[in-house]
Design a protein around this ligand. Structure first.
Ligand code: ADP
Ligand code: ZN
Ligand code: ZN
Length: 750
């Protein structure tokens, strides 16, 4: 350590380096005057970079001669307060990702580049000389200048660009002349607030299309809702509450009341949702309930919109912040509450690129640091969450079905062996659709596969259309006349004949497009809509489909996973799940949990009105124990059995996992790296390494993927091991020939 007079600043830069960089204070400043959380411009090699000060130290590991001075401090006030910095540092440490990259990902692009924390606008003032000149009737000849100086002389505090442009559109020329004569001065000041306006788009009103949620529709709480609100708002400091209730049981109403309580005590609230596009109703209800501006943060925003929302949140103009995964790092003034809606949703876990964090887990951590309550809402809490309830770490708040709500939907299995399906649909399902339509109901048909058919087959020679870049088959998209790879996006025209033998080819299996077509032929008079990534490409597409269903105009809705989220379809009385079997035999330890969540979630879309819903699940394995326990005991019983299985196998949450994933264009390089990584692990206490093995889909977009699994019975030994290991991995020569990433608490192990 080399003590440095005045000390050094520890700066996190957006670079894949794990250590912070040390710098001397910029000329004319001392280290003590620069608080952590501000941005700073520093030299890096021959370039410059913007970093964030994360700490100060009296000494550096660098020799004094190599320490360089920072160039400029960019902020007067920190971008991140101490609690937010602590959260970011914890994230970097726990997920073993460079802090600078974690911080960069938490910031809007413009701020990463050094843009001012607050939007600034130009402001023109009259100088004392200018005021005197104006009083003396100057300037006599230039009419534009005279008009402008007159305005300025009577405007104490000056006029900003917007005001000037409104009063005198070509003010800039006159301003230049006045400045040159010493009669005016141009500077900048903080721009007026940009409170995020409610979009005029669909989704801003209630689903009935009536335009606005009238304030008088605020319902009186049920006793269970009241108890839940009291438990949340009455918590003295940190409390983790699991708000568990079926779709429609009133969870959102509880969030609204808890947020209102936080606002009333002068505090802010952070609400996390899985995907904004899939939860327009939640956003609309928050907008209708609160007059305050709401900052909305999600991946669909432009850079400018994201910057404006972030600034509103940071400045405290927006006391409510609603956003997707990365909003867990959003600034919230005087944070008083965190809500995680649909906490079981997989999109809370970053699974590709960057730091692979779980926003749900970080939300709980953030709440603990901030000493405020956190609400985890779901009809199907994930097993980890239920385990925390069992262990007394989280408090469960149950919402039963409301009295004015229909009874729980009835689940039944349709044995595909007894009722061979035609075009993917078994006869009992078709009869049920007919029956529900005849009595004024709507039907929701769920199949977790988009496109027309997952396979194109030549019945003469057995050729199957393959993706050239992946170990995968191409999916038939009939309407578009294309074959598409759902893994790498490759596409080609749909061939009419087999490229190998010239015989005719045939699509095999079903996707949403084929099911839609089959149903259209079977129910010619009825309007159908389809909801999947192909029909919902643009923002607004989802709402359009929703409107068609909610208005009752569309009678049958066919969709993928997208229909299991967010939307409430009160008129839907029948739900058919076409391909449940995929989830039954997966080798992934979480597959069963996922399947149960999907079935319960999709079932929850039915029968919100007075009528009870009916849910039919097509399967070739009606005796399968997983399906049996779900039907017999519901999600609760199913989860209890699932947790017991996990305990026996030491799977999470009873054990801890991390996966080291690697990919390269040459499969040899991937395995070389993983073997070297395994050797680098040495005799590691308390952890077990498994692999390397090829990924379930080994070749994707021309790259070979493989992985090494790290297991431990407990968190601490795993974390200790990973810390040393990751540093060793950085130094491996084989690491330079692959892309690798560590995934702590992975959602998948395949
Ligand atoms: P969830 O978030 O669990 O799906 P919501 O809070 O959205 O449930 O409630 C579903 C519907 O029931 C909404 O239209 C809501 O306004 C209404 N609702 C919620 N709580 C009550 C209540 N206590 N009394 C009457 N209606 C309610
Ligand atoms: Zn052929
Ligand atoms: Zn592909």
């Amino acid at each position: 350590m080399n003590a440095t007079r005045g000390g050094v600043l520890r700066v996190a830069l957006d670079r894949p380096l794990r250590a912070a960089y040390d710098y001397l204070a910029p000329p004319g400043r001392d280290v003590a005057s620069i608080p952590p959380g501000v941005r700073i411009r520093v030299p890096v090699g021959r370039a410059r970079a913007v970093g964030v000060v994360v700490g100060r130290a009296s000494a550096s590991e660098l020799p004094a001669a190599r320490l360089r001075a920072a160039e400029a401090v960019l902020d007067e006030a920190p971008l991140f307060d101490a609690a937010s910095l602590a959260l970011l540092e914890w994230t970097a440490g726990y997920y073993h990702h460079p802090l600078g990259e974690v911080i960069a990902a938490a910031l809007p692009k413009a701020l990463r580049g050094g843009a001012p924390l607050e939007a600034r606008t130009e402001c023109l003032h009259a100088t004392a000389e200018g005021v005197a000149a104006q009083a003396a009737g100057e300037p006599r000849r230039a009419a534009q200048q005279r008009a402008l100086l007159e305005r300025l002389a009577s405007a104490t505090g000056g006029l900003d660009a917007a005001a000037l442009a409104a009063a005198q559109p070509n003010w800039r020329g006159a301003a230049r002349a006045l400045v040159a004569r010493g009669w005016a001065r141009l500077d900048t000041r903080v721009a007026p607030p940009t409170a995020t306006p409610a979009p005029a788009a669909l989704g801003a009103g209630p689903p009935d299309g009536s335009g606005a949620w009238a304030p008088e529709t605020i319902p009186a709480l049920t006793p269970e809702q009241s108890a839940a609100v009291t438990a949340i708002t009455g918590a003295a400091g940190y409390a983790a509450c699991v708000l568990q209730g079926a779709t429609g049981s009133g969870k959102t109403e509880v969030y609204l009341r808890a947020v209102a309580h936080a606002l009333a005590s002068g505090r802010g609230a952070l609400v996390l949702v899985p995907e904004i596009g899939l939860t327009p109703q939640l956003l609309a209800r928050f907008r209708a309930r609160f007059a305050q501006p709401i900052a909305v943060l999600h991946s669909g925003l432009t850079d400018t919109e994201r910057l404006a929302a972030w600034r509103d949140a940071h400045a405290g103009r927006a006391a409510i912040v609603i956003g997707t995964r990365s909003a867990v790092f959003a600034p919230v003034r005087n944070l008083g509450l965190i809500v995680v809606d649909e906490e079981h949703d997989a999109s809370y876990k970053q699974q590709e690129g960057g730091c692979r964090y779980s926003a749900r887990d970080l939300a709980v951590l953030r709440a603990r640091h901030a000493d405020v309550p956190v609400v985890l809402g779901s009809a199907t809490p994930c097993f980890e969450t239920l385990h925390n309830v069992d262990g007394g770490r989280y408090r469960r708040l149950l919402l039963p079905r409301r009295a004015d709500q229909a009874a729980a939907p009835q689940l039944a299995l349709i044995d595909l062996r007894a009722h061979p399906p035609r075009d993917g649909l078994a006869a009992p399902v078709l009869r049920a659709i007919e029956r529900h339509l005849a009595t004024g109901g709507q039907a929701l048909v769920y199949i977790n596969r988009r496109g027309y058919a997952p396979t194109l087959l030549c019945t003469a020679c057995g050729w199957i259309a393959p993706c050239q870049a992946c170990d995968a088959r191409l999916t038939v998209h009939q309407g578009a006349g294309r074959l598409r790879c759902h893994y790498c996006g490759a596409e080609e025209p749909l061939p009419a004949r087999c490229p190998r033998c010239g015989y005719t080819v045939k699509p095999v299996g079903q996707g949403t497009e084929r099911i839609e077509q089959a149903l259209a032929e079977l129910f010619p008079g009825e309007r159908l809509v389809r909801l999947d990534r192909d029909t919902a490409r643009r923002p607004g597409d989802i709402e359009q489909v929703m409107r068609a269903v909610l208005s009752g105009e569309a009678r049958i809705l066919v969709g993928t996973q997208m229909v299991t989220k967010g939307h409430h379809f009160p008129g839907v009385t029948l739900v058919a799940v076409l391909n449940a079997d995929q989830g039954l035999f997966s080798t992934d330890f979480r597959a069963a949990e996922r399947l149960a969540q999907t079935i319960v979630q999709v079932a929850g879309r039915a029968g919100r009105d007075a009528r009870a819903g009916e849910v039919l699940i097509q399967t070739e394995y009606p005796e399968h124990p997983l399906l049996a326990s779900l039907l017999r005991e519901g999600y609760e019983g199913f989860a209890a059995a699932g947790l017991a299985e996990r305990a026996a196998a030491h799977w999470p949450p009873f054990g801890r996992l991390a996966v080291l994933r690697a990919s390269a264009t040459a499969s040899g390089a991937v395995f070389d790296f993983l073997q070297a990584a395994r050797r680098a692990a040495g005799a590691s206490e308390g952890v077990r390494l498994l692999g390397p093995v090829a990924a379930a889909l080994a070749r994707r977009a021309g790259r070979h993927h493989a992985q090494l699994l790290v297991e431990s019975h407990e968190r601490a030994p795993l974390q200790r091991f990973l810390k040393g290991w990751v540093a060793a991995l950085d130094a491996l020569p084989a690491a330079r020939r692959v892309r690798w990433a560590l995934d702590v608490d992975p959602l998948e192990t395949q």
